[in-house]
Design a binder for this molecule. Structure first.
Ligand SMILES: NC(=O)c1ccc[n+]([C@@H]2O[C@H](COP(=O)([O-])OP(=O)(O)OC[C@H]3O[C@@H](n4cnc5c(N)ncnc54)[C@H](O)[C@@H]3O)[C@@H](O)[C@H]2O)c1
Length: 271
């Protein structure tokens, strides 16, 4: 019987695959039989991820690629097609908060540095839009492919301290819906575009705002847990099944969706 959820043999391109989320998704898709293209701007992140995937018996290649450069993205798309012939999956994991773009508790929005606003909105918004254009074009020509973008809990209602990140991730939501419409109407139903919206996971980028140096929870993380019906942080491996589902035949009629993976945070008023 056909496995509806199979990604076996599919060519999966993952931007920021040397990072926490991208690395975990790469590992999981690889274990499910996908061939992984690891993209990152940092050579050391790239090399260690490719080596890890190969050591676990997966097929992987890696390229240095800057998601903010259309030239770099087009060159990389051409290299991937030359090497492996096609692109089936794109997961846009490059992104995240930028030092300086998170307001400290004693700052107001009027203290925000415009350079940091520009950095965080550029990386998160354009760093997703540009790869969708470069790799999505290959998918449009094939008339087949699945794109997964990474949204955030900062898009459902206002989250203190992170104005730039919130605006950029909200931009990703409407761009996901817009590309889903555009590709289905103009290139057929085979190219789908969806997003996942991770809830709160402790990672390098947010550890300092969620965990005190002595290991106890910060005021902010206590508020997060109070608004999470499941009452806990997520484990990043809990994103993997949703990504695989959205990339598989099981999701053949799903496009333009933004799937929260958050223990109920986005659906709970807090009261
Ligand atoms: N960690 C979390 O709890 C969490 C929660 C919600 C959403 N997210 C989102 O998930 C995504 C990944 O987050 P993460 O925690 O894995 O971050 P991370 O910092 O661990 O990984 C990001 C990777 O992207 C690479 N990168 C940075 N700039 C790049 C560029 N211009 N071109 C190519 N690669 C570049 C980095 O080198 C790094 O390897 C981000 O969009 C983040 O906002 C994370």
């Amino acid at each position: 019987m056909e496995d509806l959820f199979s990604v076996k043999g599919k060519i999966a391109v993952i931007t920021g695959a040397g990072g926490v989320l991208g690395g975990s998704i790469a590992k999981s898709l690889s274990a499910a039989g996908a061939k992984i293209v690891v993209l990152d701007i940092r050579q050391e992140n790239l090399d260690s991820k490719v080596a890890e995937l190969k050591a676990a018996g997966g097929e992987a290649i890696g390229f240095i690629c800057n998601v903010l450069s259309m030239d770099s993205l087009h060159e990389t798309a051409a290299k991937i097609v030359k090497e492996w012939g096609r692109i089936d999956i794109l997961v846009n994991c490059a992104g995240g908060n930028v030092p300086g773009a998170t307001l400290s508790p004693d700052q107001t929005v009027f203290d925000m540095k415009i350079e940091d606003w520009e950095k965080v909105t550029n990386l998160n918004q354009n760093g997703t839009v540009y790869p969708c254009l470069a790799f999505g074009k290959v998918m449009a020509e094939q008339k087949e492919g699945s794109i997964i973008n990474i949204s955030s809990m900062a898009t459902y209602s206002a989250l203190t301290r992170v104005p730039g990140y919130s605006v950029a991730k909200t931009g990703i939501n409407i761009f996901t819906q817009w590309m889903a419409m555009e590709l289905a109407q103009k290139f057929g139903e085979g190219v789908r575009v969806n997003a996942i919206a991770p809830g709160f996971f402790i990672g390098d980028q947010n550890r300092a705002v969620l965990i005190n140096p002595d290991g106890s929870l910060t005021d902010r993380s206590q508020k997060v847990l109070a608004k999470t019906p499941m009452g806990r942080f997520g484990d990043i491996t809990e994103l993997n099944g949703a990504v695989q589902f959205l990339c598989s035949k099981a999701a053949s009629f799903i496009t333009g969706a933004i799937l929260p993976i958050d223990g109920g945070f986005s659906s709970f008023s807090g009261v």
